[in-house]
Design a protein around this ligand. Structure first.
Ligand code: ASP
Ligand code: MG
Length: 405
């Protein structure tokens, strides 16, 4: 007998037919005597549709009301999943995030989990019930419904796996696992058997849409080993865990492209102590996540700052920075939305040289211009023209011979 947390994403529970299929899968595992906590997302498309409706009634909906609205999506699927289980004779109970004891901070639409009171769930498990929990949502100390950011059901699953000390955590999606690149773009991309948290994290935060990056961060912190696999077949997926020695032989393990980024250029700001601090403080206070910061050498008392932000925050960046620049006594903001960020990732980079040279040469050979570069210990990212990003993924994948992994 094992205690298993399974998460089914939006396409896995995309309609009533899919929910029945998932219920059968759950029943089979339950019949083997396992304890099960099931986390579900909203049906595919529902969250987006709710967002569209919100925008149709108000140009700039309040974040609190947004959470009230978006929590509905998952509340539908938990109830339907529990009913489908009842339909096949499985004892099951559904819980919203609040009912499941998932307490978060106060940041609406991007809340962080603070604690989980898992006692009631554990009681149900011991009583033989399958527990179905709404992903993506929680409750803050003021009793307000919060959501955990897009894709947040992954985080719910990983956090619950840690809280109930699960033996196994499985993230079911519509792809077979983690690939060396997006197989729809790079035809000879390979499924990885294993990947380290660090690599997965860099891939997830670099635009590989398999999982929400915060959930991988959480898994690494609490050492929750999990498997990413498909609910549409029984193929083994990709195991994500702490890095293991042989992984270092592979220099690059994946190429990711993020098309949902915008490049922000602030030009002509006063080159004095505190300018950058004020700019980034304001962005941080607006909960905007900034990446790839580059400051050019100041000349004649003025400096230029360039960085990337999520595309969805581009308008907010404008609104946030205008008063700050006024306060600093100068500077203009320009936002470029037709960019993409391409990243190559691998823990082996720590001990190998020439990765940057190989990537830049491959892009040069394909006449793809590099606008920004940033590196971490295990990742090199470049900002390029969005229109060329698919081609860039293919040439990078070929340059590192990832089809041979
Ligand atoms: N339904 C939410 C979303 O679409 C959460 C999730 O699917 O994980 O972002
Ligand atoms: Mg999802």
């Amino acid at each position: 007998m094992a205690r298993i947390v399974q998460k089914y994403g939006g396409t896995s529970v995309g309609d009533v037919e899919r929910i029945r299929k998932v219920a059968e899968r759950i029943k089979a595992i339950r019949d083997e005597g396992n304890e099960l906590v099931i986390v579900v997302s909203a049906c595919a498309g529902v969250t987006n549709e709710l967002i569209a409706r919100a925008k149709a009634v108000c140009a700039n909906p309040s974040e609190r009301e947004m959470d009230q609205l978006l929590a509905i999506g998952e509340q539908e699927t938990i109830a339907l999943t529990a009913m489908a289980l009842h339909g096949v004779g499985v004892d099951a109970i559904s819980y919203t995030g609040a009912q499941a004891g998932i307490f978060t901070d106060k940041v609406h639409t991007k809340a962080k989990i603070k604690t989980i009171n898992a006692k009631p769930i554990e009681k149900d498990l011991v009583a033989g019930k399958v527990v179905i929990v709404a992903g993506f949502q929680g409750i803050n100390e003021e009793g307000q419904i919060t959501t955990l950011g897009r894709g947040g059901s992954d985080l719910t699953a990983i956090a619950l796996a840690a809280a109930v000390k699960a033996d196994k955590c499985e993230i079911y999606t519509d792809v077979d696992g983690v690939y060396t690149a997006d197989p729809r773009v790079v035809k000879d991309a390979r499924k990885l058997q294993e990947i380290s948290y660090d690599e997965m994290l860099e891939l997830a935060s670099s635009g590989s849409k398999v999982m929400q990056s915060r959930s991988v961060e959480f898994a690494a912190k609490y050492d929750v080993i999990f498997e990413v696999r498909s609910s549409f077949n029984y193929n083994p997926g990709t195991i994500v865990k702490k890095e293991i020695a042989y992984m270092e032989k592979v220099v690059v393990r994946g190429v990711a492209v993020d098309k949902d980024q915008a490049k922000v250029i602030i030009s002509n700001i006063p080159d004095k102590p505190g300018s950058a601090a004020k700019v980034f403080r304001a962005l941080a206070d607006a909960s905007i996540i900034v990446d790839m910061i580059v400051q050019n050498m100041g000349r004649g008392g003025i400096a230029n700052l360039t960085f990337t932000v999520p595309l969805t925050d581009a308008a907010k960046v404008q609104r946030t920075l205008l008063p700050v620049l006024e306060g600093l006594g100068g500077g203009e903001v320009a936002i470029h939305e037709n960019i993409a960020k391409l990243s190559v990732v691998g823990v082996g980079m720590k001990t190998h040289s020439g990765v940057a040279a190989t990537l830049f040469q491959a892009l040069a050979d394909a006449s793809i211009n590099i606008e920004l570069i940033s590196t971490s210990e295990i990742k090199i990212s470049v900002v390029i023209d969005k229109a060329k990003s698919d081609e860039a993924a293919r040439v990078a994948h070929a340059a590192f011979e990832l089809e041979k992994l």
